[in-house]
Design a protein around this ligand. Structure first.
Ligand code: ME8
Length: 651
């Protein structure tokens, strides 16, 4: 049997200085999705994460908490592991830089640099940002402050060891220029070249004497090794670098090292130079993703304004949080985390699109076939081909996107199949087919195809939302049939067996009430955070509404499927509109003077779907069509720019 291809993916190792926030979870969730995707598609994967425990910042925080650094970090590391467990992060190894397996190797690496003349002893007089654990020159400061975090820098004057970065600068520049995949996304490459490499690399101070929470320099124990040299080495020490027959031989160089853009300099300048000095190959790709911001600005552990991922996962499920993080922001760009956007995604993509597809299909399978999956007939209807073709093409599209680290695009591609499946229901109207026994075979084919499509979706969802497929397998009754859950099973259409007894389960994602969620989450927040939102009266007086108020109106695309005049009324038309729901809605609209019934049929209009029903001239009206009104009072119906599935949300 051929050897499996390997895939090594890493996250930054986080400072256990405080609980992690949703931004740190973002990197780890992305790495986990990548790792799971590669495992699913046949790779032997090694996924490493961990904690960066040394340094002045941690030592000071431990002191402030009245604890020894080791005890201080132990507690936070336990919490971090619990968080990863909660978010279904399936790492293969978790490295702590305080572990002997790491410390011993870093000492040896440092010694080797010294022996081969990469490190020499000198005196450091300069500026240091403790929160970032970074050295700066006067010229690099931003208004006298750290250019990365904006905080005050400290003047340091101490004897220290230096690494001769300039020895490797030309080789690094050449590597970056000849390996376009090394720094991703490509937009970040020039920043590194122009801001750091081109102006000339200064030697890097790689030891400190003013504190002792670190790995001692083996031959000069008053010094501890600079925390970034210590931390960056984790990516190879965890693999057992230097040991005979270790994982290092199988997995290095890393395929993707995922980091936030804030630490790109450390990973694309220092790290490759440290590796070059060891004569080791460089990682294939270092991917610097964007920032997840709050509406009020940057989130940060030390600012304490962060959103607790444990709370979000506990309340909304880790699958929902993972989906949001991976789908909302094109990987690489900055994005905003807001509860509104989060709940809206859950409602639209997870409750409406995915949840409804599964619950509608299983309800119909039970109602029309007692849950026994019918045999499909080998018809050649265009709609069946369209569905199976989309399903068969989706794995390739998802894989292509993942290979370029376009995780959000991968999910968008998968959702095309989800939506296509919903459209398939609307196009085939199983509830109409069910009315006539002559259509029984056709009805069976439609239900079969939908179930098979849901199976496809379940398999492809696994890397992103590991729990939801389990619930789908349960409902499809294929929990024990592992073959049907594998990526390879997506190579052919129609693998789920007729006769399988499916059973509708709980809704995958119940619809949430945005207002209620905002109120509930706000109740958990400290007063100063809520105060921001209470400053709105001036806006309200000016007649403005906020986003939440707007979102109370459920606007949908409705397709008019029938229209007729109302006897004895000049003004009213009785319409039937399709909102993608199982039954159509009836509406009485004051359009008879302006539109002929025939011209309305097939039109897609914007529709208010959550208006209280009323009776007009004895006709029940379940919603309202939106129209613009001209100066002389003529209503002109609103339309959508191009055809879209009935029921699509307008927002
Ligand atoms: O820098 N949006 O650790 P750290 C997106 N120990 N990602 C964010 C984020 C945000 N708002 N905030 C943080 C360190 N991150 C070092 C790393 S590696 C050898 C040493 C993510 O705890 C992002 O990936 O400050 C960033 O690079 C990482 O958390 C920094 O975590």
């Amino acid at each position: 049997m051929a050897e499996k291809k390997t895939f090594y993916v890493t996250t930054p190792i986080y400072y256990p200085s405080n609980k992690l926030h949703v931004g740190n979870s973002y990197t780890t969730v992305a790495a986990d999705a990548m790792a799971r995707f590669k495992r699913l598609t046949g790779y032997r994967v090694w996924f490493l994460t961990g904690t960066d425990e040394h340094g002045q910042k941690i030592q000071r925080q431990a002191e402030a908490a009245g604890k020894a650094p080791a005890d201080f970090v132990d507690e936070i590391v336990a919490w971090i592991k619990e968080l990863w467990n909660e978010l279904d992060i399936e790492f293969d190894d978790f490295i702590r830089t305080s572990e002997p397996r790491h410390k011993d190797k870093v000492s040896r690496i440092f010694e080797r640099y010294y022996e081969q003349g990469d490190i020499y002893k000198g005196k450091y007089e300069g500026l240091y940002c403790t929160p970032c654990e970074a050295y700066w020159t006067e010229r690099q400061l931003d208004d006298g402050n750290c250019p990365d975090c904006g905080r005050k820098v400290e003047l340091i004057d101490e004897e220290a060891y230096f690494f001769k970065m300039s020895r490797y600068a030309d080789r690094l520049l050449e590597h970056i220029e000849t390996h376009p995949e090394f720094i991703q996304p490509p937009s970040r490459k020039n920043e590194m070249i122009n801001n750091f490499l081109k102006p000339g690399l200064e030697d890097l101070c790689v030891s400190r004497t003013s504190f002792d929470w670190g790995i001692p320099v083996p031959f000069d124990r008053d010094h501890v090794i600079y925390v970034w040299l210590d931390a960056l080495s984790n990516y190879i020490t965890a693999l057992g670098y230097g040991e005979e027959g270790s994982l290092y031989d199988q997995f290095w160089p890393a395929d993707v090292q995922l980091i936030g853009k804030d630490i790109l300099r450390f990973h694309t300048i220092y790290w490759p130079i440290f590796l070059m000095a060891l004569g080791e190959p460089l990682p294939k790709t270092v991917f610097g993703h964007g920032w997840l911001m709050l509406q009020e600005g940057k989130m940060s552990k030390s600012k304490g304004n962060a959103i607790d991922p444990m709370v979000l996962a506990g309340r909304y499920s880790s699958d929902a949080l993972r989906y949001f993080l991976l789908r909302e922001i094109p990987f690489g760009q900055d994005g905003v985390f807001s509860l509104e956007a989060f709940i809206t995604r859950i409602n639209n993509d997870l409750a409406n699109d995915l949840g409804n597809l599964v619950s509608r299909t299983l309800t119909m399978a039970e109602r029309y076939f007692d849950g026994v999956l019918p045999e499909p007939s080998a018809g050649d209807r265009a709609t069946d081909h369209e569905l199976s073709r989309t399903a068969l093409n989706t794995p390739g599209a998802v894989e292509a996107a993942m290979d370029q680290m376009k995780i959000s695009d991968a999910l968008a591609g998968l959702w095309l199949l989800v939506r296509q499946s919903n459209k398939y229901i609307d196009d085939n109207m199983p509830w109409s087919l069910a009315k006539d026994p002559a259509n029984r075979e056709r009805l069976g084919t439609v239900i079969y195809n939908l179930i098979e499509s849901i199976r496809f979706i379940g398999v492809m969802l696994k890397p992103y939302m590991p729990r939801t497929p389990e619930s789908i397998w349960e409902q499809l009754n294929i929990k024990a049939d592992k073959d049907l859950q594998e990526w390879e099973s997506l190579a052919g259409w129609g693998r789920i067996k007729p006769g399988t007894v499916v059973k509708r389960g709980d809704d995958l994602f119940p619809r949430l009430n945005l207002q209620a969620e905002i109120r509930a989450m706000r109740a958990d927040k400290p007063a100063e955070e809520t105060a921001v939102d209470q400053s709105a009266p001036a806006e309200e007086q000016a007649g403005l509404i906020n986003l939440e108020q707007f979102q109370q109106v459920d606007l949908r695309v409705a397709e008019i499927s029938d229209a007729e005049r109302v006897p004895k009324s000049d003004k009213l038309l009785k319409l039937e509109v399709d909102l993608g729901e199982e039954t159509k809605r009836q509406v009485a609209a004051g359009l008879a003077e302006y539109y002929q019934p025939e011209e309305l049929i097939g039109k897609q209009v914007i529709f208010v779907a959550n208006l209280k029903p009323v009776k007009l001239r004895g006709i029940l009206s379940q919603g309202m069509l939106l129209a613009a009104v001209s100066a002389d009072g003529v209503p002109v119906l609103t339309a959508v720019d191009r055809k879209i599935a009935p029921g699509s949300r307008v927002s």
